[in-house]
Design a protein around this ligand. Structure first.
Ligand SMILES: [Zn+2]
Length: 207
């Protein structure tokens, strides 16, 4: 998928999709392959994602790989000067600065791979992911399987009513749904919640 590129040319890859679509597994697969080729790999995740492990990135299927926890995207820049390949998991939890950092890393000749949720539980683009998709050379959208009907799923359904944008470490309150089965939340008080960066709300289905 990613063609062979001459040395010293960097680029950005984004792996995005809903929960349970295998984003982290795909990120780990790419990073492992690079490590096997003896490329210098560094891996980062945001502090907010403390599920399972503080110093590893872990997929739902229990694949894991050592990673550094960072607060701000600029820390990634400082910590990966020596790396050829930079992996970033849970990209949606970083602020917009992540986009500038990824561009800088790619311009320095590094391969940058970011995995993250493209939409939140309302179906609204999540954090820096939409802008990252614009500047990426390669984009992979991963699909889960809708738990209701078995079709390919691209939405993350929250199964409890809670207006916070992020409920970390509670994977059991989410499930993957297709467009037909996805039910956007109906409550509107979330627009005033400090947890929401955007006031746009997914349009509820008319049916
Ligand atoms: Zn469905």
């Amino acid at each position: 998928m990613v063609p062979i590129i001459q040395r010293n040319v960097g680029w950005i890859e984004v792996i995005c999709g809903c929960m349970f679509s295998g984003k982290t597994e795909e990120l780990i697969r790419r990073l492992r392959r690079a490590a096997i080729a003896r490329q210098k790999v560094s891996i980062f995740k945001p502090r907010i994602d403390t599920r399972y492990s503080e110093d590893h990135i872990v997929s739902h299927s229990d694949l894991k790989i050592p990673s550094s926890v960072v607060e701000h995207p600029r820390e990634i820049l400082e910590a990966s000067l020596e790396s050829q390949v930079v992996g970033i998991d849970e990209g949606q939890f970083f602020d917009e600065e992540l986009v500038a950092v990824c561009i800088k890393l790619a311009n320095m000749g590094k391969r940058v791979i970011v995995a993250g949720l493209d939409m939140d539980y309302r179906g609204v683009p999540f954090g820096p992911m939409p802008n990252l998709l614009c500047v990426a050379e390669y984009i992979t959208k991963t699909h889960a399987i809708c738990v209701r009907c078995g079709n390919p799923a691209t939405f993350t359904q929250r199964t409890i009513k809670d207006p916070s944008r992020v409920i970390v470490g509670a994977a059991n309150i989410y499930e993957a749904r297709c467009r037909n089965c996805f039910e956007p939340p109906e409550f509107t008080e979330e627009a005033s919640s400090e947890n929401h960066q955007k006031k746009t709300q997914a349009t509820p289905k008319s049916k």
